[in-house]
Design a protein around this ligand. Structure first.
Ligand SMILES: O=S(=O)(O)c1ccc(O)c(O)c1
Ligand SMILES: [Fe+2]
Length: 345
């Protein structure tokens, strides 16, 4: 097997939105992301600590979907390494010229073995870093993009693919029958750049941005309440068991899920241990044992292939919401209404 490319971190995502003005209101006016550039039908956004051109691209289109997950590689030469690696894997892979995405240099675009549209790049236009432009920071200022979470029918296959790329495994959710329900994997020295959630997939579960402090997350909640848009809050605020992060999940005007996240932990030593949660532990998803709304398990965004068509999805062999999921379960094994609490059979 050829050497894998040296990925540094999750870097940007491109979402298709059906109403760019509504999306602009949510991501800029409500979440406070900085507009790096605007082109007809396309918005390029970044968070306050970021100096690359963007970490989120919003492109207007007919149906909401994920167009790209992009990782930055450590040096330009890793793009040729990537071309060889993915050609050997036998997946669709294309060289992309500089500027194909505004602000991004030459790239490699591929459909990864899990079915996701992925772009690898090194060169990107630098922009002013607003870390200390407190005169510009809103009360809910976002610091940086933190991670992607994807829904896949086979978490173990995803785990093998990403560990093959040199990702560390910070946490998992598993059971005593060797089922893997979720995994969190990293290249940068925090809990994850990518998380795998068992379910109908490939689909995008969420894109997460980090804030510096919990108060900034709470301000987003207050802001949405004040605007009468509290329905955009799907889950939280709360404390995760996995990752220990303080979190909030929002649904954007197209239903794309955005997590706001802070206070996870360092994973940079080579012997960083993997935290393994039992699927029956009520505290894994919410450390306080709060119920997880069914939509959080059931709903996710369509992903597009390299030609812009929707990628067909498959069902998982096992899913957390029908095993026993403690405070966030469904009433019966077939997912009927109601909730299981604790370790009810
Ligand atoms: O709900 S979990 O505690 O498993 C969780 C942990 C970290 C995340 O980023 C997340 O989206 C979900
Ligand atoms: Fe997340």
């Amino acid at each position: 097997m050829p050497t894998p490319p040296d990925l540094i971190r999750s870097a940007y995502a491109e979402l298709i939105v059906t109403d760019l003005a509504a999306a602009r209101w949510f991501y800029v006016d409500v979440l406070g992301l900085v507009i790096t550039a605007e082109r007809p039908g396309v918005l390029y956004l970044r968070a306050f600590e970021e100096y690359l051109h963007h970490s989120l691209v919003l492109r207007e289109g007919a149906e909401p979907a994920l167009r790209k997950l992009a990782y930055r590689v450590r040096r330009p030469g890793e793009l040729e390494v990537a071309r060889r690696y993915y050609a050997e894997l036998g997946v669709p892979v294309r060289a992309v010229p500089a500027g194909d995405t505004l602000g991004i240099g030459e790239a490699v675009r591929l459909s990864d073995p899990l079915g996701f549209p992925v772009e690898l790049f090194y060169a990107a236009e630098h922009t002013p870093r607003f870390t200390q432009r407190y005169d510009l920071h809103p009360g809910n200022a976002l610091a940086r993009l933190d991670h992607f979470n994807v829904v896949v029918p086979d978490v173990r296959a995803g785990h093998e693919y990403y560990t093959g790329l040199g990702f560390g495994v910070s946490e998992t959710i598993e059971d005593t029958e060797d089922n893997l329900y979720a995994a969190w994997l990293y290249r940068k020295q925090t809990v994850h750049d990518i998380a795998l959630t068992a379910g109908e997939g490939p689909r995008l579960h969420h894109i997460a941005f980090a804030t510096r402090e919990r108060a900034q997350i709470l301000h987003t909640c207050d802001l949405l309440g004040a605007l009468g848009r509290e329905a955009m809050i799907e889950r939280g605020p709360g404390r995760h068991g996995v990752s220990n992060a303080f979190y909030l999940y929002l649904r954007d005007p197209d239903g794309h899920r955005i997590e706001i996240y802070t206070s996870d932990y360092y994973t940079g030593d080579p012997d960083n241990p993997t935290v393994r949660w039992d699927v029956r532990d009520n505290r894994r998803r919410s450390f306080w044992g709060h119920e997880v709304v069914p939509s959080w398990y059931a709903e996710a965004s369509t992903v597009l292939d390299l030609d812009g068509g929707p990628v067909p999805t498959r069902q998982p062999a096992v899913r957390e919401a029908t095993v026993t999921v403690g405070a966030d379960g469904f009433g019966t094994a077939d997912g009927a209404n109601g909730f299981k609490l604790g370790n009810q059979a």
